[in-house]
Design a protein around this ligand. Structure first.
Ligand code: PEP
Ligand code: MG
Length: 562
């Protein structure tokens, strides 16, 4: 039995029984369009500006990711949110360890989870695509998959996942580990079987067109990049800097997660400092690598902002392991984890709240940043001036308290290194109060970055992790024109960005301002940023070419309106 809309564009019996790659793919529309436009510009029958305006920015996804052959008749078994573009097929598995094992045998795997968390990262790396039953477009799975450039469908409420039994029900059928599905992360669809793919390609016309875009645009384009590999991808796609390095994403590897957990769980400063010493070395090492890759470009590092639930021990095995490491009894450990358990983790003990409660975390992170900056400046002769960004600030007091610790650490590192470290301290504007009080906050902040994921969540009062369950109905019934976590809600969230930017600039004229929520890679939202007069947008590396083109289109349109 299938649901009514299960077979959307095709019939089940039209599925190929051969895997992708053995089917002659249709030429990509993006490639053909770029060829035509570049040809016309070269022939003098079209201006560059007009050519740029004729390219739907999201069409570039076809050149950046594998896509399902457009000629293929689809059999859709479930729908979810299009959380990360591109397509992939593989055998489903419900376990990150199993995903890693199968990928090691050369198999293609789709990792299916109710939702992902940091300890799934090795399975996400191994998988060709990620499917989750829960979560929105800014959930862990979505943000991490976009960073990796892998297709991801989240919030697929129609599927029921039983991770223990190793089964998933979708479209009236029960699928088990080993069954093959295809994910279309651009459309938010799950298809039965292996669909034929078109492979990504970056033709010469792509480089030519983006070169035109760069000449026209005034809005900067940076990347959200958390690792040296992300930074390399960001540069390859033309990012002019890193607008957001989420430091909690640097701890996803197994030994690092353990140290972070120990730090969070520790009841005494002494225990916390012991875990922080481990983290200092790994952070310094990673920052140095990132600064080297991004030499000459600005890197904005955000202090730890972990929704605690993503890092608390989940299994009995984790509980015992951390309890042993901390010299605690498992019972005490469970009690501590219960104490830290939150009903609304996204509105809980995260962002600068963690930095204020545990200032030693700020000291460790800023020390790692400064020591890495000194090291890379000395080694390369190019001065590295990092930007340190404080998350989830609502009041200037919060920022001041954290900034004090950063300044004290900078002085200490300067003394030890025998050289004055240079840096800027700024803040995310991602809470309504911060936007309204931006004039006051700008007295302490040297730059702003609008965090429109959290700003959308807090302005609408919609959990970014749970909105997937009703947003589909909202859009279908015309309550909202689009998913506000994808395209900025100009009247509400956008108005707060406008207010924040105006008030900040009034206090600190010329203050640098960017936007680093997922909207930074959405063409309509990029146009809004141009309109508001922000300096740059920051988006996942694979979105950078799209943002460059969208920024150029926004500049051309603005020029024509004048
Ligand atoms: C945001 O809130 O927009 C943001 C970029 O931060 P995060 O998604 O990490 O909360
Ligand atoms: Mg945020």
């Amino acid at each position: 039995m299938r649901s009514e809309n299960a077979v959307e564009d095709g019939r089940k019996d039209s599925l190929p029984d051969r895997p992708a790659g053995e089917h002659a793919p249709t030429q990509s529309r993006a490639r053909m369009l770029l060829r035509t436009l570049v040809g016309r510009v070269e022939a003098g029958s079209l201006t560059r500006d007009d050519a740029l305006l004729q390219i739907p920015p999201l069409l570039l996804d076809e050149l950046l990711h594998p896509m399902i052959d457009p000629a293929f008749q689809r059999c859709v078994i479930a729908k979810g949110l299009p959380a990360s573009p591109g397509a992939a097929w593989g055998e489903i598995t419900f376990s990150p360890n199993e995903a890693e094992r199968l990928a090691g045998e050369g198999k293609k795997v789709i990792l299916v989870r109710v939702e992902t968390s940091p300890e799934d990262i090795h399975g996400m790396h191994a998988a060709t695509g990620i499917l989750t039953a829960r979560g929105g477009r800014t959930s862990h799975a979505a943000v991490v998959a976009r960073g990796m450039g892998k297709p991801c469908v989240t919030g697929a409420g129609e599927i029921r996942v039983d991770e223990r039994a190793g089964t998933m029900s979708a479209g009236g059928m029960i699928l088990k580990a080993g069954d093959i599905v295809t994910l279309d992360g651009t459309a938010g669809q799950v298809l039965e079987g292996a669909a034929p793919m078109t492979e990504p390609e970056l033709p010469a016309d792509f480089t030519i067109v983006l070169g035109w875009a760069d000449e026209v645009r005034s809005l900067g384009v940076r990347a959200n990049a958390d690792t040296p590999d992300d930074a390399k991808a960001a540069r390859r796609f033309g990012a002019e800097g890193i607008g957001l390095c989420r430091t909690e994403h640097m701890f996803f590897d197994a030994t690092r997660i353990r140290a972070v957990r120990e730090m969070i769980i520790a009841e005494s400063e002494e225990h916390r400092r012991a875990s922080l010493a481990t983290l200092l070395a790994v952070q310094r090492h990673d920052f140095a690598k990132i600064f080297k890759v991004m030499l000459g470009c600005t890197v904005t590092v955000r202090l730890l902002d972990p929704p605690l639930h993503e890092f608390l021990p989940k299994t009995e095995e984790d509980t015992i392991e951390i309890a042993t490491a901390l010299g605690m009894s498992p019972e005490k450990m469970r009690r501590r984890a219960d104490e830290l358990d939150e009903f609304n983790p996204m509105l809980g003990f995260r962002g600068c709240r963690l930095a204020i409660a545990y200032p030693e975390i700020v000291e460790m992170q800023s020390r790692a940043i400064f020591e890495a900056a000194v090291q890379v400046s000395k080694a390369t002769g190019v001065e590295v001036v990092p930007e340190i960004m404080v998350p989830l600030v609502a009041t200037r007091n919060e920022l001041d308290m954290v900034k004090d610790r950063i300044d004290v650490t900078a002085d200490a590192v300067s003394r030890e290194a025998g050289t004055q470290v240079k840096y800027r301290v700024g803040t995310m504007i991602e809470l309504p109060r911060a936007a309204l009080c931006a004039g006051d906050i700008a007295r302490s902040a040297e730059f702003f970055s609008f965090g429109t994921n959290d700003l959308t969540q807090t302005v609408f009062g919609m959990s970014r992790d749970d909105a997937g369950t009703f947003l589909g109905a909202y859009i279908l019934k015309g309550v909202l024109p689009a998913d506000p976590f994808t395209t900025i809600d100009v009247e509400g969230v956008g108005e707060l960005v406008r207010i924040g930017a105006e008030r900040g600039h009034r206090t600190r004229p010329g203050m640098k301002m960017g936007l680093c929520g997922e909207h930074g890679g959405d063409p309509a939202s990029v146009a809004f940023c141009q309109d508001v007069g922000l300096d740059y947008v920051s988006c996942s590396p694979y979105r950078v070419p799209i943002a460059r083109l969208a920024a150029a289109q926004a500049a051309v349109r603005q020029k024509r309106l004048k």
